[in-house]
Write a new protein. Structure first.
Length: 257
């Protein structure tokens, strides 16, 4: 399969929410269709079947449609087109646009507003930085308070071993396309930035809820919990051994003052 998509193991637990649509697009690419073209076809085919009623607001175009010197985010905002290369990174980005159209549109609007206010310089500013972290590396997490509080303290043993049985009711959904790309070849140190979602938000309303939750003021505070995602029970057979979490190079503990 072209552009590395053949390396994707769609049975991986972190890809289950993406599998139906992602595998369908990947099969088109395997038969010679460009990623942008395959995603546009998927967009048109499924526009009436979105669970939340939202149609993907952008089309996907080849990377060379992006003019020299123009910010990628600004181009998307002005033209409602996403420059897309044939590779894993842009494949997962396009897949996220199809799966989370409202949230991705909100992130793009925040980026465009920040660019308009601050211009494009060496420093992105707190909101653009946070939007980039979220867009590339977020994981949406629905868990009980005890688990979230343990993750906040970086008490990995409590979060993943003491409360292990309670992860059966948790839901973790990788959002960031860079994180998804890394997980094609998973390794222990892959870290995602957890973003808490209330447990009562159903999957059918996740995109709409997220679009409302992603506000500049909240993002600027960077309320992320960086977490080694292969520590999630069921995501790695090695983590069935409690010693998995004693690797201080990966499961780092807070520095003492």
């Amino acid at each position: 399969m072209a552009c590395g998509l053949s390396r994707i193991d769609w049975s991986a637990p972190w890809l289950l929410p993406w599998r139906e649509r992602g595998e369908r697009i990947a099969q088109q690419v395997a038969h010679g269709t460009l990623v942008a073209e395959a995603c546009n076809a998927e967009r048109m085919q499924t526009q009436h079947a979105q669970h939340n009623g939202a149609m993907c607001p952008v089309q996907f175009v080849p990377q060379d449609e992006l003019p020299d010197g123009m910010a990628y985010e600004q181009f998307i905002f002005e033209h409602q087109q996403v420059p897309t290369r044939d590779g894993l990174h842009d494949f997962f980005n396009a897949l996220c646009w199809l799966q989370f159209p409202l949230a991705k549109k909100q992130l793009n609007q925040l980026q465009a507003a920040a660019i308009h206010a601050q211009g494009i310089g060496a420093s992105r500013g707190p909101v653009r930085d946070a939007v980039t972290v979220f867009d590339e590396n977020a994981c949406l997490l629905q868990v009980e308070d005890d688990i979230w509080n343990a993750l906040e303290r970086r008490d990995w043993y409590e979060a993943f071993v003491t409360h292990r049985s309670r992860w059966s009711s948790a839901k973790a959904h990788i959002f960031g396309h860079a994180a998804l790309e890394k997980l094609v070849a998973p390794y222990k140190a892959i870290t995602a930035h957890m973003w808490r979602v209330p447990n009562e938000v159903p999957g059918s309303e996740l995109d709409a809820w997220l679009a409302m939750d992603l506000q500049a003021e909240k993002l600027a505070k960077k309320p992320f919990l960086p977490t080694p995602v292969l520590g999630i029970p069921g995501w790695c057979t090695d983590n069935e051994d409690p010693a998995f979490y004693l690797d201080a190079q990966v499961f780092r503990v807070p520095k003492k003052n």
